[in-house]
Design a protein around this ligand. Sequence first.
Ligand code: NAD
Ligand code: ISE
Length: 338
Amino acid sequence: MVVRVGVIGVGMIGEDHVRRLSRVLSGSEVVAVTDVDPARAQEVVGRAPGARLHTSGEDLIGDDDVDGVVVASWGPTHEQFVLACIGAGKPVFCEKPLATSRRSCERIIDAEVAGGRRLVQVGYMRRYDAAYRALKATVVSGSIGAPLMVHCAHRNPSVPPMFTGEMLISDSAVHEMDLSRWLLDEEIVAVRVLEPRRNSRAPERLRDPLLFLFETSGGVLVDVELSANIGYGYDIRCEVVGESGTVSLGDEGELRVVREGVRATRVPRDWRDRFLRAYDVELQAWLDAVAAGGCTGPSAWDGYATAAVADACLEALGTGERCIVTLRERPDLYATAR
Ligand code: NAD
Ligand code: ISE
């Protein structure tokens, strides 16, 4: 079966998803595109032969020719589009974050549970990255003993001008929130956010960098250094310390150059570069599930749990105090393993 896909929001990642859905993956066709920026929509639709332009996300979701929807617009718009997809009974791949507050995510969970079947996959692509998967397999094998601590770094070379301080949490650190939960198979129960000296390269409005400390239900401590303007490249690190060993993330497609007395390793330019293959695997998994009439991968529950952690981090930011994360009871619909 060829899944006919509609894409809402064709900025940086939406455009990239249109490219992979049209030219890289199998079993998909981009049949519809929309963006609030008409010039942008016009430009991108030209690269998806046969795709139609829609004037709004709701219009696209209602199109009978659209089997599944990719939501890649700004975070605050996700709730309305995901709810409209659930209302129309259409599978939806929603870029992270699922929504920008836990209350919004709760409305999505309520709607999906009321419909009785999973329709939502959230774009936490790191779960599909070969290096992260190898890391998790090592942890699960027990070969380093029970995990005690996880050290993460998430360094962005720069961020777009519209990037707000809040987005450092709701847009960037959410990856480590989801990752920690997935890697350890435990929920995050408390958080702290600390502010080192400000990077002078960062605009005034951004508290950059930030240091997060997550405590999991099993007592593992996860620290995350989050930088938005590190300049030198996009650098993602993760090391799990177990009772009898450690395991660190390898670099995907690492290239080592040795010349003139220097051994050098290439640093990815940005997230598109570092996670190129993970995005492919992630969206192929979504297409395969849609074609089979199902839904797999990070769920609305995962989107909700990370939103709850993000809300607690926003509260903790500035006070430096420890904030507790509470979750509602997990509905049976999301009972299967992460
Ligand atoms: P962007 O600003 O480059 O693109 C967003 C696009 O959405 C813009 O073209 C904008 O005009 C459009 N848009 C906004 N509101 C809309 C609406 N109501 N209807 C239709 N179009 C609308 O941003 P981006 O970097 O592409 O990010 C988009 C989303 O993808 C965000 O949620 C972001 O967190 C997520 N993202 C995920 C990853 C990842 O690694 N998984 C990477 C980048 C971005
Ligand atoms: C961006 O939206 C992403 O999701 C990237 O994966 C992340 O590394 C970056 O910090 C975000 O801004």
